[in-house]
Design a protein around this ligand. Structure first.
Ligand SMILES: Cc1ncc(COP(=O)(O)O)c(C=O)c1O
Length: 450
């Protein structure tokens, strides 16, 4: 039995003086996990393998990041060669060729005008960086009163203080005090009464963007620096933007001189059927945050991509003076840059950044086929993202979906759940037979979780 073998491996670790106690695991039910560990030891293509050799089909691209699938040769080789050639280069007042090469390659994929790339090590850091750039941009232009940041209810922007402040997921916020000052939120766009079981973009809700006008009326535009939203909210349970919503948000931001930030940490690099969700929805932000798919999840990396005008506003003052007092020891880390270049080459070789648009109909048919199963109350999809929302067990929110997750793991499919929503985001190399296996496994688990 799989879990028994994993437990045996951990017992062997214990025999040599080790234990599972020291590793305080992130976003994990630690006690539940350590009683029945789920371990991964190897990965290739669409699959993981457990230490005892059980094959697991990856329905979530690791954590929305392994877009080209696992163990891709160009990426592996690039990382190996870079590690041998130069392990580290300081990024402050120094550079290395691959940092410039990767920034250039990324800027060729982003929507027109977004062509200045600031590297970070994660999505959370990209968000902090984007918020700071927005504040500093207004100040540098002489509009220092624009200090307010606007997020959206149910938004997820990572776990650092700026990100949880503009974020809107209560469990990620309530334990951590008052967060940063001067933040407000527009309403989320989830409206199951009108939009349940929409395929692609829901028809109703463009007017929810007008909630930004309410905050402008309350605070005055002269105090607002930026609005940050995920084009498709992922971590809160796959909320696809209503038709016209993002354009309306763009128009209101333009009207009031507010910067629009798209957090494309999960939507970037092909997830919605185009390189970025900004392309899919035809709306260009002023700043964009990315991570995950930039290196196929192989080496930690994030980035903020800014419109050139935002970057250029900083390029004043004496030339020997640092223009933006911000950066990380590992910004543009050589291994991450090598992984990024290998990743972008793999995406280009295989047309992966638009492959989700070719697979979308097959994927949508399969996930919407779960509609009549017990306790399924909504299904949402875009590109290669699917959300299947289940009715909660009375008094135990999240448990029904978690049971489905455990059941799928037992049956050899890795899925992810948030609250009572199952979120699917498979590698973009997925083939129809994998879709069939993921969805039929989820179907069986939903039936058993009734
Ligand atoms: C939209 C969004 N922003 C930010 C983050 C945070 O990224 P990281 O976990 O790399 O810090 C995530 C992670 O899932 C995300 O989905």
């Amino acid at each position: 039995m799989d879990q028994a073998t994993s437990a045996a491996l951990l017992a062997a670790h214990a025999d040599t003086g080790g234990s599972m106690d020291a590793h305080w695991m992130p976003f994990t039910a630690n006690r539940q996990f350590k009683k029945a560990p789920r371990l991964l030891a190897k990965a290739s293509g669409m699959h993981y393998w457990t230490p005892e050799g059980r094959q697991i089909l990856d329905g979530v691209a690791g954590l929305w990041c392994v877009n080209a699938g696992h163990g891709r040769p160009k990426i592996v080789q690039a990382i190996q060669e870079q590690a041998a050639e130069m392990d580290y280069a300081p990024p402050f007042n120094m550079g290395h060729p691959k940092g410039f090469e990767l920034a250039d390659a990324v800027s060729k994929l982003t929507p027109d005008g977004l062509n200045r790339v600031f590297f970070t090590n994660s999505g959370s850091e990209a968000v902090e960086t984007a918020l700071k750039i927005a504040l500093a941009y207004h100040r540098t232009r002489g509009e220092a009163s624009r200090t307010r940041l606007i997020g959206r209810e149910r938004g997820y922007h990572g776990v650092n203080f700026g990100g949880i402040s503009v974020g809107g997921m209560v469990a990620n916020r309530k334990m951590f005090g008052t967060m940063i000052a001067g933040v407000d939120h527009i309403r989320h766009t989830h409206d199951p009464a009108k939009n349940a079981f929409s395929r692609g973009q829901p028809a109703h809700g463009a007017e929810l963007a007008d909630d930004l006008e309410r905050l402008v009326a309350l605070h005055d535009a002269s105090t607002i620096a930026a609005v940050i939203v995920e084009p498709v909210a992922g971590s809160t349970g796959v909320l696809v933007p209503p038709q016209g919503y993002l354009q309306r948000l763009r128009d209101i931001c333009d009207k009031h001189g507010i910067l629009l930030i798209f957090d494309e940490v999960i939507t970037g690099f092909g997830r919605t059927g185009n390189p970025f969700a900004a392309h899919t929805f035809g709306v260009t932000p002023d700043l964009m945050t990315v991570a995950k798919g930039i290196t196929n999840g192989c080496v930690p990396m994030g980035a903020v991509i800014a419109k050139q005008g935002i970057h250029d506003a900083f390029m004043n003052g004496p030339e020997h003076v640092i223009e933006l007092f911000h950066g990380y020891t590992y910004s543009a880390h050589p291994l991450a840059c090598a992984a990024g270049l290998g990743t972008l080459a793999t995406y280009a070789d295989e047309g992966l950044l638009t492959r989700a648009s070719q697979m979308e109909a097959t994927f949508a048919d399969a996930v919407h086929g779960l509609r009549d199963l017990p306790n399924v109350i909504d299904i949402r999809n875009i590109g290669l993202v699917g959300g299947i929302e289940l009715a909660p067990i009375a008094g135990e929110p999240g448990k029904r979906a978690f049971n489905v997750f455990l059941d799928c793991w037992d049956k050899g499919v890795l899925i992810r759940t948030t609250g009572d929503t199952i979120a699917l985001s498979p590698p973009l190399i997925i083939e129809p037979q994998h879709i069939e296996q993921i969805v039929s496994t989820v179907a069986g688990a939903i039936r058993r979780a009734a």
